[in-house]
Design a binder for this molecule. Structure first.
Ligand code: FAD
Length: 465
């Protein structure tokens, strides 16, 4: 009997699972088939690129980390690696009170590794800098237990360095509260550096550059595509068998059968399969499985709500005073914006010549109300901030607001333990089900792609081909 697999969710995790599963089926002529079910009318999930008046606007993610190779590998597989583009790695800033300060050179995610730039930065007071230097002598933490990112860094570098350097940079990725996020689940490399070198400043110091190497061409650490991230989604979709992709199809429940799992759809229909790869957000996965243990472990992972707003201008309307790619905002500063990218500078492909594209984030833990305001109210609040910070007075010629409700899963203290319990429960109660995606082993696109690939492997191993 042909083995049937269902992939639930057509975001990058589900798409990657589908691509690699189809590849294995075709390469080995396996007696297997799969269907990918996506509730909306389009694939890509959080990857949403909008093309307007020559601008390439990303509503969600705008790029991925180049050093995590799964995304470029997948781009190559689907034939669009030639369209990959790197960001311009110009200066980034941190907003403190009303001023933008360059992130000191040599800081690794905010941790200083070069003395002079750190010593000279006006971001921290003299007292704050001296306190941060205590990192060189403070003993390492006990390896036994998970701890919060905030607690870890406050102990090593002091609260001032955390509030004005570390937190604005680190919490951006998770849109989270640094004092709740788990060190082990988010940035275990900091813990490892501390354990190995006893000091973060010593442990994170990059190796001296090779003298024979060409000087850096300001090529950034991130990648996108000439026409934006949606190119990847389109290219994967073009590689999938058309009949395998079921859009506008919402799952409402999964139940166990002797063969594997029964899929229950919103329109009342059902379908029985041998395996399921779940690539839906954690609260959806938990709701579909209707299991008390999974509800407690996966279903209780909180997710932050944020919104992005892209605004287009004439280049001359954006003051050139700051050369760089954007800024992040210290939570201690009284602004609505939490981060701002000067997109036309960071990504050449994003704006026509002579135009500027700026994207801001609003919404943070404990300050998510702004997201529910009207588009105009969000625009007004953001414009008010931009006028104060960057002296932009012009009205944007166009703007685009995207609300991301419950979209940023929070890896809080105990996250790893909760995931281990989820995996155990799946293995014992739902052995035909693999679950992955942003709430599991990394929120970044390359991590999601890897998890999709793992989902495909799970199915192949499960069937012992
Ligand atoms: P999703 O993209 O959420 O896909 C899940 C899919 O499941 C959706 O298509 C949904 O419609 C579908 N679905 C839900 N319920 C059902 C159901 N009942 N039945 C059928 N289908 C269902 N990462 C980066 O690497 N770089 C960035 O620059 C970056 N920026 C980001 C900016 C924002 C604003 C956000 C929100 C995230 C960002 N991320 C970034 C993170 C990254 O985008 C996500 O972690 C990743 O896209 C998640 O992919 P996924 O496939 O796991 O989930």
């Amino acid at each position: 009997m042909t083995t049937k697999t269902a992939i639930i969710g057509g975001g990058i995790t589900g798409l990657s699972a589908a691509y690699y599963l189809q590849k294995a089926i075709m390469a080995n002529d396996l007696d297997m088939e799969f269907k990918l079910f996506e509730s909306s009318g389009r694939l890509g999930g959080k990857i949403q690129t909008e093309y307007r008046n020559g601008f390439v606007m990303e509503r969600g993610p705008d790029s991925f980390l180049a050093r995590k190779e799964s995304a470029s590998r997948l781009a190559k597989e689907v034939g669009i690696d030639k369209e990959l583009v790197s960001n311009y790695a110009g200066q980034a800033y941190i907003l403190k009170k009303t001023n933008l300060y360059p992130i000191p050179k040599g800081s690794v995610m905010g941790v200083p590794t070069k003395w002079m730039p750190f010593w000279k930065t006006p971001l921290l007071s003299f007292k704050g800098k001296v306190r941060a230097l205590a990192d060189l002598v403070i003993p390492k933490s006990s390896p036994a237990e998970d701890q919060s990112l905030g607690g870890f860094f406050r102990r090593r570098l002091g609260s001032e360095a955390v509030d004005y350097l570390i937190d604005p940079l680190l919490s951006g990725v998770y849109a989270g509260d640094i004092d709740k996020l788990s060190l082990q689940a988010t940035y275990p490399q900091f813990f490892e550096a501390e354990q190995k070198y006893q000091s973060l400043m010593r442990g994170l110091k990059p190796p001296a550059p090779d003298k024979n190497e060409e000087p850096s061409k300001k090529k950034g650490a991130f990648l996108s595509f000439e026409r934006g991230l949606y190119s990847l989604v389109e290219a994967i979709e073009n590689h999938l068998e058309e009949e395998a992709v079921k859009k506008d199809t919402t799952l409402t429940r999964l139940s166990k059968t002797d063969r594997g799992m029964m899929l229950h759809f919103k329109d009342g229909s059902t379908e029985e399969v041998d395996n399921v790869i779940m690539a839906t957000p954690p609260h959806v996965t938990s709701r579909l499985l209707q299991d008390p243990v999974i509800e407690k472990t996966l279903g209780s992972i909180p997710s932050t709500t944020v919104a992005t707003i892209s605004m287009t201008f004439e280049a001359g309307e954006v003051p050139e005073a700051f050369d760089g790619t954007g800024f992040v905002v210290s939570k201690k500063a009284d602004y609505t914006i939490t981060a701002c990218t000067w997109t036309h500078r960071k990504w050449k492909h994003s704006a026509p010549a002579g135009k500027a594209l700026i994207r801001c984030y609003v919404g943070k833990p404990g300050g998510e109300d702004i997201v529910e305001k009207t588009d105009e109210e969000i625009l007004n609040a953001v414009r008010h901030d931009l006028e104060k910070i960057m002296q932009i007075q012009a009205e944007p010629s166009d703007f685009l607001v995207t609300r991301w409700r419950q979209s940023m899963p929070q890896y809080e203290i105990g996250h790893k333990q909760a995931l281990a319990e989820t995996r155990n429960r799946l293995q014992t109660a739902f052995p035909a089900v693999y679950a992955g995606g942003a709430a599991f082993e990394g929120v970044g696109l390359p991590d999601c792609i890897l998890q999709g690939e793992k989902g495909a492997q799970f199915v192949l191993q499960h069937e012992k081909y």
